[in-house]
Design a protein. Structure first.
Length: 296
């Protein structure tokens, strides 16, 4: 199971991560101290289970669950709480909470709850598989609806954990520019590419120099975030599909492994990761074209 932990208490997050790792209950793919920024992070990563604190300063756990469900998040929720108010507990269950874990955190309770969550998720998946199998008996194989180029690009960026980064919009426009060309063997000069993407966005000619610089910074930050995300996955389990597939293709793998070691040792980066924008854009273009062909 893939977990995301939301709690403004750093000690609680550390304890939960330790229990999940020690008892081999799955892997923690992300954590946050709360706030509105967390909603996009959770939606982009798509964990199976979200462990979420009830009382947090900016947005409480119940409201965050409601907002995640409104944007289509399909994962399950476990609420962390010291509160025993029956009305609030009832409100939490109505919002979509499956179980409660009481604070202060108890290792046995956490293990039992998460094992029950895992069993429930596996049972639901089995039922879905059986239902789908029965639905197709005697019926024609349904045709797959082709995905748009935008959907494919966003799917790839989501796999790398950067669909919610500011630079993702720039990457979408750049992919539009590239896919409109007859054939792309190598990436054109970046300045030229950024200008073409900016014009497609509707940026005025007078504003192009400023926008080109801003775009490069946003893209560089997005790619750096992807390196950190994939390195964090690899540090937990290097057999994770997203790590295995994207890390060696899109990036300098030495940069990824160096960042993995720092994460495992809980060290801060000694320097920013080296970002190869042209390689990233070319691989994103190739991946987009290949997936699009597979749906035709």
């Amino acid at each position: 199971m893939r977990y995301f932990i939301i709690d403004d208490d750093n000690v609680s997050r550390s304890m939960l991560k330790s229990i999940i790792a020690d008892r081999e209950l799955g892997m923690v793919i992300g954590e946050s101290d709360g706030g509105l920024k967390t909603i996009e992070q959770v939606h982009a990563l798509g964990p199976d289970i979200v462990l979420i604190d009830l009382l947090m300063p900016e947005v409480d756990g119940i409201e965050m669950i409601r907002q995640l469900k409104e944007i289509g998040f399909q994962g399950q929720f476990v609420m962390l709480s010291q509160v025993v108010n029956k009305e609030m507990v009832g409100e939490a269950y109505q919002a979509g909470v499956e179980f409660f874990i009481h604070k202060p955190i108890n290792r046995i309770e956490v293990e039992n709850v998460l094992q029950r969550m895992t069993e429930k998720a596996q049972l639901m998946q089995s039922l879905v598989t059986i239902r789908d199998s029965l639905a197709h008996i005697g019926a024609e194989t349904p045709k797959t609806t082709p995905r748009s180029l935008k959907e494919i690009v966003l799917s790839v960026l989501r796999d790398m954990g950067i669909a919610s980064e500011n630079g993702s919009k720039d990457l979408l426009y750049i992919m539009e520019v590239l896919t409109e060309q007859p054939s792309v063997v190598s990436i054109p000069p970046l300045k030229q590419l950024y200008e073409m993407a900016a014009r497609k966005m509707g940026v005025a000619e007078a504003e192009l120099p400023k926008e080109v610089k801003a775009m490069e910074q946003r893209i560089r930050r997005a790619i750096s975030a992807a390196i950190d995300h994939l390195a964090s996955l690899g540090a937990v389990d290097y057999t994770i599909h997203e790590f295995e597939y994207y890390a060696p293709r899109f990036f300098d793998f030495q940069e990824i492994t160096a960042r993995m070691k720092q994460i495992q040792k809980e060290e801060l980066p000694s320097r920013p990761a080296k970002v190869h924008i042209k390689k990233f854009l070319l691989m994103l273009y190739k991946e987009t074209i290949e997936q699009h062909k597979n749906f035709l």
